[in-house]
Design a protein around this ligand. Structure first.
Ligand code: AMP
Length: 270
């Protein structure tokens, strides 16, 4: 696996693949866990070249929130990415993607307003903009996203359709710990007591019923529990446990999670 830091370097490294083999891109912010690795493995299976981007995108964090606190360990991430079959790890400094004078943004309107968009103003503008930049730089045939961030996937799919981008968005099922909690880099911040409290989130979603879910989440700080008409439709929720904000969702019909049967392990928890 090669680590590249500049747009020019990545384009050069990908030049031999153009027109020959397919390129799969996995956009990430690092702090890898099994969720990220399942995206890398899916990309490995379906493409000749696998690119992962490792970039903590300042534009998708609100000022004064957890940008500085975001966990960073490039050495560990590089090792895990390589083991999962990544060929090129694109890990640029901030100035490479946001040079002085940067002022062009992608705004997906309605889809980006509710749920996460309401609680994290500007978040999806940052996400859509960085994803379009990464798509333009790597020009992949396929890009891989987690079902865990269902609204993010919906926003990206909308952008791909609306701007006639020539790539396929692949959605990968949410990977969970044995206790049902969806893997997230933010889980590491939970104390043992907070983690126990956080388990109410997957349990509530497992009811697949917004009313019952709300009841089970009583006592936690709930940002929202809502059915969202994405593809696939989901019951999505966000809660705060201590200073940690957690999001999760369960597919209501026709999504990648549906394939799992209740006996096939933690992933089938919901
Ligand atoms: P992040 O590094 O948090 O931006 O996540 C990078 C990608 O990994 C996104 O497409 C996420 O949806 C996906 N992802 C994060 N957590 C999980 C998980 N538990 N299962 C599956 N995919 C995930």
């Amino acid at each position: 696996m090669r680590v590249v830091r500049t747009v020019a370097e990545l384009r050069e490294a990908l030049a031999p693949a153009r027109g020959g083999t397919s390129i799969g891109l996995v956009p990430t912010m690092g702090a890898y866990h099994e969720g990220h690795l399942s995206l890398f493995r899916a990309a490995r299976e379906e493409n000749g070249v696998v690119v992962a981007s490792l970039f903590v995108n300042p534009a998708q964090f609100e000022e004064g929130t957890d940008l500085e606190r975001y966990p960073r360990d490039e050495e560990r991430d590089a090792r895990l990415a390589e083991e999962a079959g990544v060929d090129l790890l694109f890990a640029p400094p901030v100035e490479e993607l946001y040079p002085p004078g940067f002022q062009t943004w992608i705004e997906v309107e309605q889809l980006a307003r509710g749920l996460e968009g309401e609680h994290r103003p500007g978040h999806f503008r940052g996400v859509a903009t960085i994803c379009l930049k990464l798509f333009n730089i790597a020009r992949p045939q396929r890009a891989y996203f987690g079902q865990k961030d269902a609204q993010q996937a919906a926003v990206i799919r909308r952008m791909v359709r609306d701007l006639d981008l020539e790539l396929e968005i692949r959605l990968i099922p949410t990977v969970r710990d044995d206790d049902g909690l969806a893997l997230s880099s933010r889980n590491a911040r939970l104390s043992p007591e907070e983690r126990l409290a956080a388990l109410a989130l997957p349990r509530a979603l497992a009811t697949r019923d917004p009313e019952r879910a709300r009841e089970l989440l009583r006592g936690l700080h709930v940002d929202y529990v809502e059915v969202a008409d994405f593809e696939p439709r989901v019951l999505a929720a966000a809660v705060r446990v201590g200073s940690t904000r957690l999001i999760d969702n369960v597919v209501l019909e026709g999504g990648p999670d549906e394939e799992a049967s209740p006996t096939t392990g933690p992933r089938a928890w919901l």
